[in-house]
Every structure is written in C-alpha cells, then in structure tokens.
Write a protein that binds this ligand. Sequence first.
Ligand code: NAP
Length: 290
Amino acid sequence: MKLFGLLGFPLKRSASPALMNSLFSAVKQDAVYLSLPTPPPNFLALIKTMHSQGFQGANITVPYKRKVLRALDFISQEARAIGAVNVLAWRGGRVEGHNTDADGFLSALKNEKIDPKGRRALVLGAGGAARAVIFALLSAGARGVFVSARRLAQAAAVGRQFVPLFPGHFAAPLPWDRDALGGVLKEVSLVINATPIGMGAGPGSCPPLPFERLGPGHWVFDLVYDPPDTRLLMRAHRRGARVVNGASMLAYQAAKSLDIWFGKGLGEQALLLWKPWVRAAARRAGRNSR
Ligand code: NAP
C-alpha cells in the first residue's frame, strides 16, 4: 500500500484527507492519505523518518511551508523562487520539494475568469501561501502587489524577494491597519486573504479592512475554505464585491500534487470527482450576507 500524508499543526479543519481518500478508493488505488498533525519540535525529525516508514509523498501546510525547505534534497525551480513548498515526493532515496499552490491559485482565478494581467492586488499575509499567490500574480502579468502583514518586516522581506524576479512590477509592504489598507483599496481590483483569519467553525474573525471602501469593482478571494462563507467574504459580498473562497484552489493544488506523485492523469480524474464538493462550497461563499 502507498502511503501519503498531510503535515501541519494544528490540522483539525483540513478537507485534504477526505478528498484524497475518496479519490484513492474511487480509482481503486492501493493508497491511503493520513492526517499527521505534527507539533513543531517533531516536524523535521518526522520528515527524515517518513520514507523508511513507507511514505511516498506528503503535503505540507500551516505553519511549515517555509520551515520544510531545510529538510529537502531537491527543490523545484518554482518552489525555490516562491520560497515555500507544499508537496513532498520521495524518489530514488531523495526527498523533493515542489509548490502547487501558485498553479492552484491561478487555476482558481481562471475558473472565475479573472485575468491578473495589468491588475494591482492587495495580499493579506506574508507566509508560504502569500508568497505562492504573489509569485502567481506577478508571473501572470499583474502590475504589482501590496503585501500587508502584522509583522511589517516580513511583508518587506517578501517585497525584497520578488522585486528582482519581476523587474518593472512592484511588491510593496503595507502596515497591517485599517487606514493603510483603506488607502490602497481604490488602487487594487483584487484582495486576497492568505492568512488563517476566519478559519474554523462559525463566522470567525476578519482582517481589518475598511469594508465601506469595497465595491463591485473588487474581487475578494479568501484562501480559507472552511467555513465556505467566511466573515471576510460575507462583509465583502454585502458591499457588492465579487467573492471566491479557497475550495477550488484546494482542489486544483491537490490535483497537481497527484500528478507529481502518480504522473499526469490522476489529477484530472480527481477534479472531476471533487467537482460537486467545490461547487457546493463556491455556492456558499458570501451566502450568509444575503
Ligand atoms: P503561514 O505560512 O503560517 O502564514 C500565515 C500568514 O498569516 C503569516 O504572515 C502570519 O503572520 C499571518 N497570520 C496568522 N495569523 C494571523 C492573525 N491572527 N492576524 C494577522 N496575521 C496572521 O500559513 P500559509 O501556509 O501561508 O497559509 C495561510 C492560510 O491559507 C491558511 O489558512 C491555509 O489553510 C490557507 N491556504 C489555503 C490553500 C487552499 O488551497 N485553499 C492553500 C494554501 C493555504 P505571522 O508570521 O506573524 O504569524
């Protein structure tokens, strides 16, 4: 039996194990995908032993997408440029790191017919997922991104990382406060939450955006998918903004993980199987604002 797993901490709310196992049984793969909540002191040691325990691949989630870089024998070019890894594959005795979040995010935008070319975006958060989102936007021709994080130095570091990779585009740090965020809302047409704020049961908390400055000219994309109707999306929807949650990105990035582990083909089958779940989640985005 092939073993795969999800490493993060805590892991209570991830849909990945259910989605992956539903696929393995639908296509009769002799494989299982385990949830592996891993407290920080055990994380690097666990990666070292996983292959000898029979694991062939894993996904990495909060808060380890950057920490994992130091445990790898090979890092794909894209993951290296992004500075974050969300997929591991053990091959020929080596552990490889890949990033499928950036592609997954772009596929989710395409699904909504959002073309980043020429747009300016506001990205909330400066961790692993934020870096993948920024890389994806700039690669797809976005004019630039404002990066806001509660640690301004982290947002500035992200800016310094991407500006040399995308000459002529900008990645500008922004303080994490209502006034600073409000100041750029008129300049951007895309707002992306790449923090875990809002995750968990119930409406949850919300980034400090001045919602009165959002309107029909904005798309608001929340990487969080549980609940599907986060407080951010509800409030943005109420202002007339168009809203997307993280369900389709989750499915696309997971399908791309399958292509890395099994070769091309299984990812496409997975997307077909998961479509009803993604559709149901998408319908619920912003729903409670009506
Ligand atoms: P991460 O590397 O831990 O980064 C999280 C970022 O959010 C950091 O900048 C962190 O700041 C900030 N943050 C955390 N809690 C905050 C709070 N209460 N207030 C303000 N800022 C806060 O995590 P990640 O891997 O980037 O993931 C971020 C979110 O995206 C998670 O909810 C994850 O589930 C989601 N995600 C979804 C998908 C999908 O497919 N839908 C894919 C990837 C990620 P500090 O560094 O100061 O803590």
